[in-house]
Ligand binder design. Structure first.
Ligand SMILES: CC(C)(COP(=O)(O)OP(=O)(O)OC[C@H]1O[C@@H](n2cnc3c(N)ncnc32)[C@H](O)[C@@H]1OP(=O)(O)O)[C@@H](O)C(=O)NCCC(=O)NCCS
Length: 324
């Protein structure tokens, strides 16, 4: 019988470094209220956003991903040649080919990288982190650069007050590599395809969503999924130091935190609120929040982080990791 050799990798993985990038231009709620019927107060009250960043016209998703990815590599103390695979979770590439990952890998200097984009909308980063960890453990990759990057301003009607107030641009990255002890837990993922019509983008034009249906789904379904990710890692909610839900809406983030505290998470659980100054950056929001929270000292090396992404699909994914 033909014997096909199998690869095998290290028993465990870890995040070795993180990095992020935001465009220069800060857009306040007051600026938006000059071009659509909204107000600073309405936006703060309903979604918790104070300001967000919009990319320049000629600034591409790939450009932002290169910046974030390069910073993650230097945070990890690695060279491009130390990485063999690049994954760019995103849902806003202007056209499906060529993918972002091959361009980003080439620009960063990762030679002959395994390179692919992954689209699970706002759940993309957690999906990609799960895939990256399994690629390393299986021996298919040595180290993987995961870069959530989005230029949502390309796909949002600039005067649609239901969406233009929420979405923003940016990129966040993590390098995944081998570890002696497990520092990334199993990914818990899934989808609710019966709700596929609640967030959609037709013919690469603009995003539309049924805000209230998405809000209800996120505030009821995501906390139990986050809890499953904790159980899958063999931990309890009391072990969690930091919660980083996808930064969709501050009210959703707070509701998830409250539910997890009611189920046993500690009162001093640090809950990410990066959306306040970054807006909703889809696949980029979790690594962007992680990097900003490290810079501000809200996340320290060794902290146990629970991340959970959710969005169009509707898709969701979550896992535990130890902060680098
Ligand atoms: C989009 C969202 C902010 C809208 O808030 P909401 O409270 O559900 O608002 P509604 O759509 O029910 O509208 C309520 C009223 O506010 C108005 N409104 C909507 N957007 C507005 C805005 N930006 N400024 C001012 N008023 C606004 C509506 O026209 C409506 O007015 P009416 O009562 O006179 O008809 C909210 O539903 C939400 O955040 N949902 C989750 C979306 C999300 O996170 N998506 C990303 C998932 S990855």
């Amino acid at each position: 019988m033909t014997t096909i050799r199998q690869t095998s990798g290290p028993p465990a993985t870890q995040i070795l470094g993180v990095g992020s990038y935001q465009p220069e231009r800060i857009v306040t709620n007051d600026e938006l209220s000059q071009i659509m019927d909204t107000s600073d107060q309405w936006i703060r009250d309903r979604v918790g956003i104070v300001e967000r960043r919009f990319a320049a016209k000629d600034e591409r998703l790939v450009d932002m991903a290169v910046e974030a990815g390069s910073k993650a590599l230097s945070d990890a103390g690695l060279e491009p040649s130390d990485v063999d695979t690049v994954i760019v979770p995103n849902c806003t590439m202007p056209s499906p080919i060529p993918n972002a990952a091959a361009q980003v890998a080439d620009r960063i200097g990762v030679k002959a990288a395994g390179a692919f984009d992954l689209n699970a909308a706002c759940a993309g980063f957690c999906y990609a982190l799960g895939v990256a960890s399994d690629l390393v453990k299986s021996g298919s990759s040595q180290r993987v650069l995961v870069i959530g990057a989005e230029k949502l301003t390309d796909v949002v009607d600039p005067v649609d007050r239901a969406n233009a107030i929420i979405f923003a641009d940016g990129a966040g990255a993590a390098v995944v590599g081998p570890a002696d002890e497990p520092r990334i837990g199993p990914v818990v993922w899934g989808s609710a395809g019966d709700l596929v019509d609640t967030i959609y983008m037709r013919e690469h034009k603009y995003i539309y969503q049924e805000g209230q249906s998405v809000f209800r789904w996120a505030t009821t379904k995501i906390a139990p999924i986050a809890q499953r990710a904790v159980e899958a890692a063999g931990l309890s909610l009391a072990d969690i130091d930091v919660l980083i839900p996808h930064q969709a809406n501050l009210r959703i983030v707070e509701a998830i935190g409250k539910k997890l505290k009611a189920k046993g998470a500690r009162e001093d659980l640090v809950v990410a609120d990066d959306i306040v100054h970054s807006g909703n950056t889809s696949s980029a929001s979790i690594p962007l929040a992680l990097d900003h929270m490290r810079q501000k000292g809200r996340v320290s090396s060794g902290d146990v982080v629970l991340a959970v992404g959710f969005g169009a699909g509707l898709s969701y994914a979550g896992q535990i990791f130890v902060a680098p």
